[in-house]
Design a protein around this ligand. Structure first.
Ligand code: BTN
Length: 244
């Protein structure tokens, strides 16, 4: 397939507060190009979803943020999440690791998390002006003392060069974000569901009414999770449901 490549610019740092915060400052202060990837060996104030922090052993993991200025409408923003998740999953598959995507964009091996994603979009009118795609991929870290549900490439397979993983990931981000910009929404959605953790399986969840057993039926256009709860199809956004 021939496709338009991201213009690739790499900024490599030894230490930073957060690559997403660095990217946000860079966008505010300069005319930084879409396709710029900021990578840091260490992060002092790594940020996660739901206001969590993100910690990673220095020099062992891939900690990066891609600055992307997409030509897509804001109401298609969930497809950014889909494209990024698929790029990470495919990178891991090339390393011999079969991963699943836990809605909306955690990447799991079995039930353990190998990668987290923090996407911060800035919207202008009906368009996404820019997107900061933060990725924390556990690569050569072999112990997670406070995080029993974390895993890494070395734990699942073998030690790998961080640069090699970064290049593979950059390539697949390029590929899937290009599918997005070309409007292949149905294809992206289909692939996302192919790798969706827990699809059509009975699982435990918690919503505002408490813990219940339910089944994920699909994720809709806007990124809402549709769960069959005792025969009723309910839609949830991120803050309204958690997996038990
Ligand atoms: C999550 O699962 O909670 C999301 C974690 C995202 C972590 C990455 S590491 C690189 C980038 N910079 C940050 O501060 N966060 C993201």
């Amino acid at each position: 397939m021939v496709y338009k490549r991201l213009e690739r610019f790499l900024i490599q740092l030894d230490e930073v507060d957060s690559t997403n915060t660095f990217a946000s400052n860079l966008i505010r202060e300069t005319d930084v190009s879409s396709g710029t990837l900021i990578v840091s060996k260490n992060q002092l104030e790594g940020r996660g979803q739901r206001s969590n922090t993100w910690t990673a052993e220095p020099g062992k993991n891939l900690i990066c943020t891609l600055i992307f200025k997409p030509s897509i409408r804001a109401d298609k923003s969930f497809y950014l999440t889909i494209s990024v998740s698929l790029a990470i999953r495919k990178t891991l598959e090339d390393l011999g690791i079969q991963a699943k995507i836990k809605w909306p964009n955690d990447i799991l091996v079995g039930k353990k998390k190998i990668c987290g994603v923090l996407i911060e979009n800035s919207v202008s009118g009906s368009k996404i002006a820019h997107s900061l795609i933060g990725i924390g991929l556990n690569v050569n870290q072999d112990h997670f003392d406070q995080l029993p549900n974390a895993t890494s490439v070395i734990l699942e397979k073998e030690e790998v060069e961080l640069e090699e993983v970064m290049n593979q990931l950059y390539g697949y981000l390029d590929f899937y974000l290009n599918l997005l910009e070309e409007g292949h929404f149905d294809l992206l959605k289909k692939h996302y569901h192919n790798f969706l953790f827990g699809l059509n399986e009975l699982m435990d969840f918690e919503d505002e009414e408490g813990i219940f057993q339910g089944t994920i039926k699909r994720v809709d256009e806007n990124g809402f999770l549709e769960v069959d709860k005792k025969g009723v199809l309910k839609k949830y956004e991120l803050k309204q449901i958690s997996f038990c």
